[in-house]
Ligand binder design. Structure first.
Ligand SMILES: Nc1ncnc2c1ncn2[C@@H]1O[C@H](COP(=O)(O)OP(=O)(O)O)[C@@H](O)[C@H]1O
Ligand SMILES: [Mg+2]
Length: 363
């Protein structure tokens, strides 16, 4: 492997007695976008602040092109940062906001103006260069913030939930646009988000954080299809929780015996829940089926079908809207899982109890 552009090595950070980053390791390749995804409070923003030099780690190293920059002050690190919202200087126009980083670095007025104009054009704001933040929408302000971060030609772009204050439509537009600009500029980028969809569509790799560590890092497809733990499976996407008994490295659910990929986290004979995604189950109308169609929700190209059966708790299946036309509410159906392995998690008390009740019915 070529040397990574940016590397965090064994980084630890505590606030008082609370360990927020626990021996964290992470690298970013040249022009790569890595998303840090995780629940609130897991240490995402702290990771970003340590990279930017806004916070200091207690131990560990931060390397840029192999050089340790842990002791370099923030303004000497070449990093562009975009925060959630409202971070523009209110008394400066868009153009002056974008030129700010260059001004404090001593770039002359003419060069600064030219660079600011180029970047505002890149983010589609040529018409709004002389506006103040209050005169712009939230989406426009975040574009200015992005242009400001890029103006200094940073070695690393740091984005801390840059879209979370925007409404859904603007958010998905800006998502595509940020990714397009990041690719065209070829800039290594760390995107912090708690929105799994955002991470899946934007990033080259996603690191899922939990309590100060990265629990799994990989491509969107690896995380979605081969999660290493129940936490990852449930955090990245939707799953059905299907109770069963772990036996011989397998779990028996919905008439299939599935190979358990995270068996080492459990003991044989344990009650567990297989975590199966809605699109990994096939439904067929079947007079002899053990399940009944409860509801159908047309969501566009796919339809979510809810079924009940001996398991008691409803099962969600996502299928093409065309095929869902063949299923009638109230009619029986049979289910089949379309993969032969699964990750399992710990059941709730209620899930264990319901398994005891229906086990006899399904065996
Ligand atoms: N300056 C601080 N002083 C004390 N605790 C902090 C400080 N900043 C963050 N924390 C705590 O560190 C943990 C991680 O915070 P943060 O990195 O902001 O999480 P995230 O961005 O994933 O939501 C949280 O429990 C938070 O309360
Ligand atoms: Mg945060």
């Amino acid at each position: 492997m070529t040397q990574p552009r940016i590397q965090l090595k064994n980084v630890t950070k505590s606030y008082g007695s609370k360990t927020v980053l626990n021996n964290l390791n992470l690298h970013l390749g040249d022009a790569e976008m890595v998303a840090l995804l995780g629940p609130s409070g897991c240490g995402k923003s702290t990771t970003l602040k340590v990279l930017a030099g806004l916070e200091h780690s207690d131990s560990g190293e931060i390397l840029v092109d192999g050089k340790n920059i842990s002791k370099v002050p923030t303004r000497k690190r070449k990093m562009g940062i975009v925060f959630q919202a409202y971070s523009l200087f209110p008394h400066m126009t868009a153009k002056d906001n974008v030129g700010y980083g260059l001004r404090i670095r001593g770039t002359d007025t003419a060069a600064r103006r030219k660079r600011a104009e180029e970047l505002l054009e890149l983010v589609g704001l040529s018409e709004h260069m002389d506006k103040f933040p209050v005169q712009m929408s939230g989406g426009q302000q975040q574009r200015v913030a992005l242009a400001r971060a890029l103006a200094i030609s940073p070695e690393l772009l740091l984005l801390d939930e840059p879209l979370s204050a925007l409404d859904a439509k603007v958010r998905s537009q800006l998502r595509d646009e940020i990714r397009r600009i990041q690719l065209s500029e070829g800039i290594s980028t760390l995107l912090v988000t708690h929105d799994q969809e955002e991470a899946l569509v934007m990033a080259d790799r996603i690191g899922v954080m939990n309590a100060g560590i990265i629990e799994q890092i990989g491509t969107p497809s690896e995380l979605y299809h081969q999660p290493k733990s129940a936490f990852i499976s449930e955090f990245v996407g939707v799953v059905n929780r299907l109770p069963g008994i772990l036996h011989d490295g397998h779990i028996h659910v919905l008439g299939s015996s599935l190979f358990v990929t995270n068996e080492h986290q459990f003991a044989s004979g344990d009650t567990a829940v297989a975590l199966v995604r809605p699109e990994e189950i096939e439904v067929n109308a079947d007079p002899a089926g053990k399940h009944v169609v409860l509801n159908k929700q047309l969501r566009g190209i796919f339809t979510s079908v809810t079924l009940t059966g001996p398991e008691r708790s409803p099962i969600r299946v996502d299928m093409s809207s065309r095929n869902a036309e063949a299923l009638q509410i109230g009619e029986p159906a049979s289910l089949r899982i379309q993969r032969d392995d699964t990750v399992i998690g710990s059941p709730t008390k209620k899930e264990s109890e319901s398994l005891m009740e229906y086990q006899e019915e399904i065996l």
